[in-house]
Design a protein around this ligand. Structure first.
Ligand code: HSX
Length: 207
């Protein structure tokens, strides 16, 4: 399937610190910001460059610059996506930002939309959707379904931890959307939590 595991040692190390029960909210927040920058760095490896004629203080040169005129859009799935968004914006400060508000019904696990706002010219932009966890996959599926209605130029999905069940579910709906994750964990429990996971990402981030 269309999944990339980002195995960089710094990513793996920080993820382990985030998983630990004793990691404080402040530390968790800081780690999520740091790990998000590293993940964004890996994901943007293939961004096309073009040459631009510039002038340094000493000479003219043809220098590489990002080819796309249009800034990338980071779409945060609220609320835990905010932590990843903050990190990525430190690395790509000119990125545009969208928000999708979805909460998971605790009984049926079905995601309910409560907010949706994207930049206007989405048809011309590459979109990166971010949420720390893909558990059942239902939230990610709903977010991408909703996003596809707006016809973005391209879409990728970034999370920290995914379950095998969630990935399978996600790709049965969106085989065309590349998924990037720092880890694929063992399984889902009957409450729809990833095991071993890191608990509820939103609670750990915001308290
Ligand atoms: C958590 O649940 C995460 O941040 C996601 O938004 C969601 C993942 O659950 P699922 O829809 O994949 O089961 O709040």
């Amino acid at each position: 399937p269309n999944v990339t595991i980002i195995e960089h040692p710094l990513v793996q190390h920080k993820l382990t610190l985030m998983r630990r029960e004793q990691t404080s909210t402040a530390k968790f927040r800081q780690l999520l910001r740091e790990i998000s920058m590293l993940l964004a760095y890996e994901i943007t490896r293939d961004l096309p460059l073009r040459k631009e004629l510039i002038q340094t203080p000493l000479a003219a040169m043809e220098a590489p610059i990002l080819a796309s005129e249009k800034k990338m859009v980071i779409v945060s799935i609220m609320r835990a996506g905010q932590g990843i968004l903050d990190g990525i914006l430190e690395l790509i400060p000119s990125a545009r930002v969208g928000h999708i508000g979805l909460y998971r019904d605790p009984r049926t696990f079905i995601p309910i939309e409560y907010y949706f706002k994207l930049p206007d010219d989405i048809e011309e932009r590459e979109v990166l959707v971010v949420d720390p966890m893909i558990a059942t996959g239902n939230t990610a599926i709903a977010a991408i379904q909703r996003l596809k209605q707006t016809n973005p130029f391209s879409v990728k999905f970034l999370c920290l931890i995914a379950s095998p069940e969630g990935i399978k579910n996600f790709h049965s709906y969106h085989p065309d959307v590349p998924l990037y994750t720092a880890a694929i964990d063992d399984h889902l429990d009957k409450h729809g939590y990833i095991i071993p996971g890191l608990g509820d990402a939103g609670d750990r981030l915001f308290g």
